[in-house]
Structures are given as structure tokens and as C-alpha cells.
Design a protein around this ligand. Structure first.
Ligand code: MLT
Length: 408
């Protein structure tokens, strides 16, 4: 009989969001009359920007002609999209990232886990706690951890707590690690990293020869102009960081699928014999073998994000969701909740009231308000006693959910 990857057996229960969906489905079956409002998974609700739709329609029409047909595209993505990204997301912010350091993919979730394909075993790995569960689970699946303890912490990983007491700031460890996952604006806490804080991380990585995997999926939601949108705004980051970005949240591509991974040509890893190896070349090799690129149509849609019309439509989408976040914050603050995040990120992180644990509060809100959120403990042990509400929903649903929660 075929042997299985036993690392999967170390995973705790289901992946967080399917587990929530399972509980919500069970509740709905028992309470078919309940009209649920979902502020759980950070999935966008507003229509795609018309600039993107028009570009995709045009691309689809091209595909219906001999001259405009496109078969397999470059595994790295079309150059016109990579050039638009290099110019608008990086050069415009003073970062020297070139088009060929940019890889287009169908998602940051996939890339942030697939990246482990090119990294070896035996790395000392640090994650924040709470954390986007994909970073941890993908390391478990790859056999980079031992078993989980009863709080869900895996042996072999270092956890950096993000708590109200430390202002949700990822403290620089006083021990060396080889690989660090950072996500700012942070999912799930909505916390942000200043330039000084990211510089401290880059200096740490350079001192310790570590690699930072920087998830910037929520950069478009930053409102404070002093905050960095990319780790490459920090001097020295091109020697020690890989960045993931996504069109999912800013342009509403969660169902359309397009994302970006940036691997500067100056980032190296090493073999067990100490020989330096270019990570760009390994990722390029990996993508060329295992990936056939994102569809021409979708890449044309993503390119339209950088048109004048696209930029203005995206800015309206971001403002819309950030107004939702402000409504959530203000309504909850007014009735005495302790509320964090939501000012530069589409997630509001709340302290659960009455000492309820995260799942108790999840059940309480589901039953009493028919509102679905995400239990903080699902993101890690330090998320216990917290709860995440997503600002990705219609205005009507956000207002209705706040009305229900504040009148329980
Ligand atoms: C979340 O809710 O944390 C996100 O939607 C997850 C993701 O982007 O994969």
C-alpha cells in the first residue's frame, strides 16, 4: 500500500476556515431561519473594478481570434504585468526591484507555502503568534516541526507573541533563526510595522544570515503615509527578504486569482557544505517545472489595476472596506469592547468580553447575533481570548452585524 506523508497527521484538526464553515453549516442546519452575517474569512464582497473587468473582456475577445490567441504563457508571468508592478508598486516607492525579480502566480497562500520547496530541512524557523495559519501548517506538512502541544504550538518552531501588552509588535528574538515569517499590516491583529521596526528586522536578518518571508497582502489598506508598504523600502532588505503580494484584497481577486512573489537576485541561501545558492534561480526552476502561469485573461485584468481608471477604482474599494473597519471599531468601542487594528488593515482584533475564550465567543456571537467571526485562538495560542472581525462585507451587513452585536 502507498505510504502517506505522515507529517499531515501532526496537523491540528481542520484548517481554520473550513472548520469555521463546518460549525456554521451545522448551526444553519439546526437554525434554518437564522440570517447569518459572515465577518469571518477575509473574503471580499464588492464587485471587481470595471477597469479589470473590461481588460479581461477584451482579453477574452482576443483569445477568440487567431492573432490574439495565447497558449502557455511564461511561467514567471507576462513581462508587461511584471513591468507595471515593478514601476508602480516598487520604483514609485523608491525600491529598486526589477521586472525579472517579480513572479506572477495564482495566490500568495500557495506561494507562501510552495516557497518551502526551495528551502532545506533543519532551518530554525520563527513565526509570530497569532499568525496566518498557512505559514505554520505548510511547515508541518513539510516535516519541519515536531508534534503540537495541547495549545497547538509545534515543537521546532519559535513563536514570537503579539499581544496587547507588547502593542502587537513582533519583538526581535535574542537568539538566531534562519527563517522568519512576517506579515504587515498583520493578519489577524491588524497591527502595522513602522520603518524602524522593519529596519530592526532587516538588521537582525543580516546579522544572523536569516531569510525574511514578508507577506504584504494587505499593504493597500495602509492609511498612515509614514508606514512602509514593502520590506524593500528598507535598506538591505534586498539581501535577506522575499515578499508576497496579492491582487485578492485590493482589487477583489479572491475568486479571480492573481498574486506576486518578489525574489531579489541578491538573496541567497546555502547548501549543507556552506556553498551560496541564488534563491531566485531555484524558484525560477521550481515554477518552470511545477507551474504553468496565470491565465492571459487574468493577467490582463491585473495589469488594469495600474491604469489610471484602475488606480482610482481600487482606491475607492480600499476606502469602502476601511470605512467598514472604522464602523466596526467605533461601534464596538462605544459599547466598551477593547478593540485593536482596523486603522491600517481590514481586520479588527477584539478582546473577548467576560473572559470568554475565543471559541466560546464564536459560539456566543453565532447563537445570539447570528454573526460569524474568527476565533483568535485559531491563529495561535497567543490569540486565545481574542476574536477577529473582517471588514470585507457590504455596508448594510456591517451595520446590521454591529447593531446585532451591540444590542446583545
Ligand atoms: C483570512 O481570512 O485570513 C484570509 O482570507 C485568508 C487568506 O487570504 O487566505
Amino acid at each position: 500500500m502507498v505510504k502517506v506523508n505522515e507529517n499531515y497527521l501532526k496537523l491540528k484538526a481542520g484548517y481554520l476556515f473550513p472548520e469555521i464553515a463546518r460549525r456554521v453549516q451545522a448551526f444553519s442546519q439546526q437554525n434554518p431561519q437564522a440570517s447569518l452575517i459572515r465577518l469571518g474569512i477575509g473574503d471580499v464582497t464588492e464587485p471587481l473594478p470595471s477597469a479589470c473587468c473590461n481588460a479581461m473582456k477584451k482579453a477574452l475577445d482576443e483569445m477568440n481570434t487567431h492573432e490574439g490567441f495565447h497558449g502557455y504563457g511564461p511561467e514567471q508571468g507576462y513581462l508587461w504585468l511584471r513591468e507595471a508592478i515593478a514601476q508602480n508598486d516598487f520604483k514609485a516607492r523608491g525600491c529598486e526591484i526589477s521586472a525579472d525579480e517579480i513572479f506572477i502566480s495564482d495566490g500568495s497562500k500557495c506561494d507562501s507555502s510552495n516557497i518551502l520547496d526551495i528551502l532545506g530541512t533543519g532551518n530554525r524557523i520563527a513565526v509570530t503568534d497569532p499568525v496566518y495559519p498557512v505559514y505554520v501548517d505548510s511547515n508541518v506538512m513539510s516535516g519541519h516541526t515536531g508534534e503540537a502541544d495541547n495549545q497547538g504550538c509545534y515543537s521546532g518552531l519559535s513563536y514570537i507573541p503579539l499581544t496587547a501588552a507588547n502593542g502587537f509588535e513582533a519583538a526581535i528574538p535574542n537568539y538566531p533563526v534562519d527563517l522568519i515569517y512576517l506579515c504587515f499590516p498583520n493578519n489577524p491583529t491588524g497591527a502595522v510595522a513602522t520603518k524602524k521596526h522593519l529596519s530592526d528586522w532587516v538588521n537582525y536578518a543580516k546579522r544572523n544570515d536569516s531569510l525574511i518571508l514578508f507577506d504584504a497582502a494587505y499593504e493597500a489598506f495602509i492609511q498612515d503615509s509614514s508606514l512602509p508598504h514593502s520590506i524593500f523600502e528598507i535598506e538591505g532588505a534586498k539581501d535577506c527578504a522575499i515578499e508576497f503580494r496579492s491582487f485578492s484584497k485590493n482589487a477583489g481577486f479572491t475568486g479571480t486569482r492573481c498574486a506576486i512573489t518578489v525574489i531579489p537576485k541578491s538573496v541567497n541561501g546555502k547548501t549543507v557544505n556552506g556553498e551560496e545558492v541564488d534563491l531566485w534561480a531555484l524558484w525560477n526552476r521550481r515554477q518552470s517545472t511545477k507551474f504553468n502561469g496565470v491565465s492571459y485573461i487574468v493577467q490582463r485584468g491585473a495589469q488594469a489595476v495600474y491604469s489610471l481608471e484602475g488606480k482610482s477604482q481600487i482606491s475607492s474599494l480600499v476606502s469602502f472596506y476601511m470605512e467598514n473597519a472604522e464602523i466596526i471599531r467605533n461601534k464596538l468601542l462605544k459599547v466598551g469592547f477593547k478593540v485593536y487594528g482596523g486603522e491600517n488593515a481590514p481586520y479588527v482584533w477584539i478582546k473577548t468580553p467576560d473572559n470568554k475564550n475565543s471559541w466560546e465567543f464564536f459560539d456566543f456571537l453565532l447563537e445570539k447575533a447570528n454573526v460569524v467571526g474568527t476565533p483568535g485562538s485559531g491563529f495561535g495560542a497567543s490569540g486565545e481570548g481574542y476574536f477577529r472581525l473582517s471588514a470585507f462585507n457590504s455596508r448594510q451587513n456591517v451595520l446590521e452585524a454591529m447593531q446585532r452585536i451591540t444590542s446583545i
